[in-house]
Design a protein around this ligand. Structure first.
Ligand SMILES: C[S@@+](CC[C@H](N)C(=O)[O-])C[C@H]1O[C@@H](n2cnc3c(N)ncnc32)[C@H](O)[C@@H]1O
Length: 282
């Protein structure tokens, strides 16, 4: 069969399985198997695919039809124009999280050096994206999961920023030493009982440790807001990603922990997604 026929066959299989971007996913999996980018695939669209590649592609198609995201199957995800390795130990970085990176880059220019902690770094997406765009910045990438930290380090190497990233295995701030200009975090924020009703792509493939924010989804914010000020320099700021509908509760927690609200930023869907906080003068 030709590459074009395989793409169509795969699209039909995925459509029947209820996958929304069926044709795109069929093509992406074929590109992965054939080691081709989009342009390369198009240039060979009328060629016959070799049988071993077609058979491998069919097995990947089955996984996609069973609900596994393409990024998980190929082990890679694009984020902020960079490529990240992902594994079962890390959250698949989301496009929404790019907003947090954008806000940091808008406030911290290229001219001055700054040091920041990324609490719950996972794949390192936030820390690596900031470092790749700010050559004088240095990051302390923190996670409780040693497996996640290995992936974050691999992504720092992949994107040529590893000389400026330190990995710290810590339960929130317990083992993080130093004072930083900035704290960033996309913490686990799904209520424990809500996890079962998430899409299968998320529920069955993102690690529970990356999702579960406790009974009301806010446990990580309680820790970060209570303890985060202790690792910031005077004038330091925090940038937190939030789940839909969590703003009022997180703002209240922040104010009661002594933070000043500096800004609220909406994602492209109009959801309040990033909260910027400053330390109150003492
Ligand atoms: C929602 S994921 C975010 C991953 C990544 N920063 C991103 O935005 O794609 C939350 C991360 O917090 C980490 N985490 C969960 N509990 C933690 C804790 N007690 N201390 C430090 N990190 C924790 C998880 O392992 C996970 O990597």
């Amino acid at each position: 069969m030709t590459i074009r026929q395989l793409i169509e066959e795969g699209a039909a299989v995925l459509r029947r399985a209820g996958v929304s971007d069926a044709r795109l996913d069929s093509r992406l999996l074929l590109q992965h198997v054939l080691h081709l980018d989009h342009a390369g695939l198009i240039s060979r669209i009328s060629d016959e695919a070799d049988a071993p590649s077609a058979s491998l592609w069919r097995s990947l198609l089955d996984r996609r039809a069973g609900g596994e995201p393409v990024s998980r199957i190929v082990g890679l995800r694009g984020f902020f124009g960079l490529e990240f390795e992902i594994s079962p130990a890390v959250l698949d970085p989301r496009p929404d999280t790019e907003l947090l990176v954008e806000r940091v880059l808008a406030d911290y220019g290229e001219s001055a050096p700054f040091e920041f902690a990324d609490m719950g770094t996972g794949s390192g997406a936030i820390a690596v994206a900031i470092l790749a765009n700010r050559s004088k910045a240095r990051a302390w990438a923190c996670d409780i999961s040693p497996e996640a930290l290995q992936i974050a380090l691999a992504n720092a190497r992949r994107n040529a920023v590893s000389s400026r990233l330190v990995a710290v295995q810590t339960d929130f701030f317990d083992r993080l030493e130093g004072r930083f200009d900035l704290l960033v975090s996309n913490p686990p924020y799904i209520g424990s009982r809500d996890i079962a009703s998430l899409d299968r792509e998320v529920r069955d493939h993102d690690p529970r440790l990356a999702l579960d924010g406790g009974v009301d989804g806010l446990d990580a914010y309680r820790r970060i807001l209570a303890e985060g000020a202790g690792v910031l320099k005077v004038g330091g700021r925090a940038y937190l990603e939030m789940g839909a509908g969590q703003l009022a509760q997180i703002e209240a927690l922040a104010v009661s922990s002594g933070w000043k609200i500096l800004g609220v930023h909406r994602d492209i869907a109009g959801i309040e997604r990033v909260l910027t906080l400053g330390l109150q003068p003492v």
